[in-house]
Design a protein around this ligand. Structure first.
Ligand code: NDP
Length: 491
């Protein structure tokens, strides 16, 4: 006798032989009636689901958000009240690489969080950078095409990347962060996370505040140079998974200090920059970060596919006290992320255990593929709403205050009145000499094979940030490829 569980078919019948297929004779052929053979092969054919178009390669873990500060005058969200502790899931990722990409590649990192709050799931789907390459969602698919494979060569194209960036000056802030030291972190715990978009808080008096979220690493920033990363990738393509899984498995739990920047609702009309522009930060001197708590990752997933690959994060998931903002990119992601999951995982992706809220769910969505949950309306005869059958009803007590619309359309037009350079200059001025020279060299390396016309167009943008920036890249291009760039244009 053995104490191991007996193997069964997926229909629960005991399996007598999992070593030999059923055959007509000792040498074959196999029989059509060998349903278990057919079932195994058919399952194998279906083991993959569509890969995420962006953020395909990821690493994740579970943890806790603990609130130590008091921001109750800004938000009624229960998960953000003093003393609250909320279970959560984090998934980090690279943006451009496919599922088999190496981890230690220069790229923006996704920093996606799901908080299983007592008022439903709140997802904050950010990056390790506070800004993004574009500010209008109409440009997002084009931008992502430049990060993916060329249709004819089936290779990634540095020409496409710099062509797009040089024609889209709003990308310069993010490009500079990407090419700086922070563009290549050693592992997820050595980088900050940012909600990136402007969200909003609303309190018990229905007052709205704009908010930015920051997660500051307590492990310190650690980065690879390009040369270090090349060596690392030569030895292992899975260093993030090894580091994150290994660290948590050893009982060492990475932590991030959680901060918010708060802007009174009416300030949005006064700032010199559009506070809903995803290519801009809110300067700390104007809106100082307020520490509100700590996020700790302390449990690895038991099954990567079920809990990390199937984890579905979407900025559409907000809870009472947290809302969106006029940020156009955020508005588009509210649709686009949930839609990606409906396509990738199926209609009922929110019901998968990793995505399911920890609170009762009541809605009137009906049927559809893989509906294993049964009715969620709260009463068997209530399959429409309104009804007099005892089904779930709306709760006007959680109605969000109206989002005021700014009538000045030009203010938010991405081509008018935008300074795409000033905040990049502020960042450039934070870099010491070593950081600057690595920035120049990283850019030169990333420009390999790019036509001179595109390089020259991009150099003008660097010049506008700081003459040293443009000249530094010129010198690095000469070092790397003997490329003789045009000198800085006279003022
Ligand atoms: P501050 O000097 O007050 O802000 C500094 C911020 O920049 C900190 O969050 C810091 O992160 C981060 N930072 C410091 N060194 C680097 C670096 N080498 N690479 C990337 N980030 C770095 O000034 P401002 O708020 O006026 O911001 C100046 C510039 O800093 C911005 O234009 C933006 O590019 C960048 N930045 C600003 C952030 C913001 O929310 N205001 C957030 C992140 C970057 P840390 O504390 O982890 O070192």
């Amino acid at each position: 006798m053995t104490d191991k569980p007996g193997m069964t078919t997926s229909a629960g019948a005991p399996v007598s032989d999992n070593q030999n297929s059923q055959t007509a004779g000792p040498r074959g052929p196999v029989l059509m009636q060998d349903y278990q053979l057919i079932e195994k092969l058919a399952h194998q054919n279906r083991e993959r689901i569509p890969e995420r178009v962006v953020h395909a390669k990821g690493w994740g873990a579970f943890g806790t958000l603990k609130i130590t500060g008091d921001i109750s005058r800004y938000t009624r969200a229960k998960a953000l009240q003093p003393g609250a502790e909320t279970p959560m899931l984090a998934r980090f990722s690279t943006v451009a690489g496919e599922l088999g990409a190496a981890d230690a590649e220069r790229d923006v990192r996704g920093f996606a969080l799901k908080f299983y709050t007592e008022e439903g799931n709140w997802d904050l789907v950010g990056n390790n950078t506070p800004v993004f390459f574009v500010r209008d969602p109409l440009k997002f698919p084009d931008f992502i095409h430049t990060q993916k494979r060329h249709p004819r060569t089936h290779l990634r194209s540095t020409t496409a990347m710099w062509d797009f960036w040089s024609l889209s000056p709003e990308s310069l802030h993010q490009v500079t962060i990407l090419m700086s030291d922070r563009g290549l972190p050693v592992a997820p715990m050595f980088m900050n996370g940012y909600g990136s978009h402007t969200y909003s808080f609303w309190n018990n008096d229905n007052e709205r505040f704009w908010v930015k979220f920051h997660f500051k690493t307590r492990q310190g920033h650690k980065h690879y140079t390009n040369a270090e990363a090349n060596k690392v990738i030569g030895e292992s393509r899975e260093t993030y998974q090894e580091e994150l899984f290994g660290t948590i498995d050893r009982g060492e739990f990475p932590k991030w200090t959680v901060q918010v920047q708060i802007m009174p609702e009416s300030d949005a009309d006064k700032t010199s920059y559009n506070p809903f522009d995803l290519t801009k930060v809110w300067p700390h001197a104007e809106y100082p970060p307020i520490e509100i708590g700590v996020m700790e990752l302390n449990r690895n997933a038991d099954n990567y596919f079920a809990e990390i690959e199937q984890a579905a994060f979407s900025p559409s998931n907000v809870v009472p006290g947290i809302g969106h903002s006029p940020d156009k990119m955020l508005q588009a992601r509210v649709f686009s992320y949930a839609d990606a999951h409906r396509y990738r995982l199926g209609t009922h992706y929110e019901a998968l255990p990793v995505n399911a809220p920890k609170v009762p769910v009541h809605h009137y969505h009906k049927d559809g593929p893989m509906n294993f949950m049964g009715p969620k309306t709260g009463a068997t005869d209530a399959y429409y709403e309104p009804n007099s059958m005892g089904g779930a009803v709306e709760n006007p007590g959680v109605k969000e205050p109206p989002l005021k619309i700014d009538g000045d359309a030009d203010r938010y037009n991405h081509r008018i009145g935008n300074d795409d350079y000033g905040q990049v200059t502020a960042l450039f001025n934070l870099f010491d000499d070593g950081q600057k020279s690595r920035l120049y060299a990283n850019i030169a390396a990333a420009m390999a094979g790019v036509p001179g016309e595109i390089i020259e167009r991009q150099l003008v943008h660097f010049d506008r940030v700081h003459k040293d920036y443009g000249n530094g890249v010129r010198a690095a291009l000469k070092d790397a490829y003997q490329y003789e760039a045009n000198p800085v244009a006279a003022e």
